[in-house]
Design a protein around this ligand. Structure first.
Ligand SMILES: O=C(O)CCC(=O)C(=O)O
Ligand SMILES: [Fe+2]
Length: 357
């Protein structure tokens, strides 16, 4: 292996004009060997693709048992699926991705106006790290913009004004995603044998809605680093819009990584920890990660979860002699606190809420 000067560190990505001149991954991004992505060892499976056309044709109809069953199967087997014919206009999805990309393409100085390590900040621009041995922090090959979203236009957080269309596009997109979340939670509830509005009601009166835009600059040595370390999402449901043509997201299936190849005009949907807990482990909040690529990639995750004072715990229907209660009840705020305590590690999040703990 080439020698790597440990003093060469990169604190922000010089991606704009000189990304191609970064021919080596700087030392502070290089993972220890056992944490590297091992890119040639990827499963040949793919996550389920689900066509929601029948819901666009007639949004008020009852979904076909076939659609409910396909989603239920995907939630049980993978905790992940891709949806096509989802009803959100393609032009809007593209405009949204383009708008967040423009934000990441601003100067570091401009983006740093939102830089913060404070997890309680309403709008945050930051980069990630993974804690490895001796608490050493290895930087991840990505930048993140994080803030709340609402299906209404009245944003209280001071969202970026640059690019100038940012607020307007988010407002339009958030409305559509809000409607899609309601539809998906209803389909997932029905697949679990619950009333249609059960999961939505379990999120409480003031659900948490957060947006995480991930920017992965072109990486000269994707084998040595990661864009986003393996994790599960701690919310209830996530809807991801990603760049066309660039693969990066990978989902764990029985110990092997499955690449999620982007399909034009689709969303990736995944179950978060809260639905795993509510279903008493029937549905999986699955481990996933983002690997880097010679091409830049952008993804936009819309997270939906319970209100912070909402109580979460396994729904009675899923507890019986064969399936004893796995988790204790907790307030969602407690779960979030644990998440922030484990930042950089994110290893034993749900375990901390096990009933037998
Ligand atoms: O880049 C991706 O597709 C992964 C996004 C993700 O997992 C997240 O933001 O939690
Ligand atoms: Fe995630």
């Amino acid at each position: 292996m080439r020698s790597r000067d440990p003093t060469v560190k990169m604190t922000s990505f010089p991606w704009r004009s000189d990304a191609t001149s970064v021919s080596q991954v700087p030392a502070n991004f290089v993972l220890p060997e056992d944490k590297r992505p091992n890119l040639s060892d990827v499963s040949c499976l793919s996550i389920p693709i689900i066509d929601m056309k029948e819901m666009i044709d007639d949004p008020d109809r009852n979904p076909s048992p076939l659609l409910v069953e396909a989603i239920a199967r995907a939630c049980e087997d993978y905790g992940f699926f891709q949806i096509v014919n989802h009803g959100v206009p393609e032009e809007l999805c593209q405009r949204m991705l383009k708008t967040v990309t423009k934000f990441f393409e601003l100067s570091t100085e401009e983006k740093n106006k939102f830089f913060s390590d404070d997890v309680n900040k309403e709008v945050r621009f930051f980069s990630r790290y993974l804690k490895v041995e001796n608490d050493e922090k290895v930087s991840m090959w990505s930048e993140v913009l994080y803030h709340h979203w609402h299906p209404q236009e009245d944003f209280t957080p001071p969202l970026p004004k640059n690019p100038p269309e940012y607020r307007e596009v988010i407002a339009e997109y958030a409305k559509e995603i809000g409607a899609l979340v309601t539809r998906l939670l209803s389909l997932i509830s029905q697949g679990l044998g619950l009333e249609k509005d059960c999961l939505k009601r379990r999120m409480g009166e003031t659900p948490t809605r957060r947006l995480q835009a991930n920017y992965y600059p072109p990486c000269p040595e994707p084998e040595l680093t990661l864009g986003l370390a393996p994790h599960t999402d701690f919310n209830a449901l996530t809807i991801v819009n990603q760049s066309d043509g660039v693969t990066g997201l990978q989902v764990n299936k029985d110990g092997k990584w499955v690449a999620v190849d982007p399909i034009p005009n689709s969303f990736v949907v995944n179950i978060g920890d809260q639905i795993q807990v509510l279903s008493n482990d029937k549905y999986k909040s699955n481990l996933h990660r983002a690997v880097t690529n010679k091409h830049r990639r952008v993804s936009l995750a819309m997270f939906y979860g319970p209100g912070k004072d909402t109580e979460i715990g396994p729904i009675e229907n899923f507890i019986d002699e064969e399936h004893p209660r796995v988790y204790r009840n907790y307030r969602y705020a407690e779960f979030m606190e644990e998440y922030h305590r484990q930042v950089g590690l994110r290893k034993r999040l749900k375990e901390a809420f096990r009933f037998d703990n």
